[in-house]
Design a protein. Structure first.
Length: 132
């Protein structure tokens, strides 16, 4: 069974994302702060990390950078699901090291398929051997 780590401080959003992932066969672990999320990702790297950008301690950009710096050779998908939807937010999120970016609200029925397609497109577009 695939393992997902969801770093999200809003319980309603966490519940929705958990539902979608469990429905798709993922085992889900949650973290409500960036620090806890980074720690869990480094202790036992999951198959997928989902991160919110607005977190109570440090933002999802910093979470992504810390994970990428500590696991530079790991092909770990990090997907941002966020309410940041202003011009340039997608580019800023991807530049921070996220594999994909989705705006809230999400559709819990289709989000996992959409994420998996985005991850596959990202991997296909990347030159062979390049880390994320």
């Amino acid at each position: 069974m695939k393992q997902a780590l969801v770093i999200e401080d809003n319980r309603d959003n966490l519940g929705l994302i958990r539902f979608a992932l469990e429905r798709a066969g993922y085992r889900v672990e949650a973290a409500e702060t960036g620090a806890v999320g980074v720690s869990r990702a480094l202790e036992a790297p999951p198959d997928l990390v989902i991160v919110d950008i607005n977190l109570p301690d440090f933002d999802g950009y910093e979470v992504t950078r810390r994970i990428r710096q500590s696991l530079p050779d790991r092909d770990l998908p990090i997907v941002a699901i966020t309410s940041h939807a202003m011009l340039g937010d997608r580019e800023k999120t991807l530049a921070a090291g996220c594999t994909a970016y989705f705006e809230k609200p999400i559709d819990p029925i289709t989000i996992v398929e959409e994420m998996e397609r985005a991850i596959a497109r990202f991997r296909a577009a990347r030159p062979a051997g390049d880390a994320p």
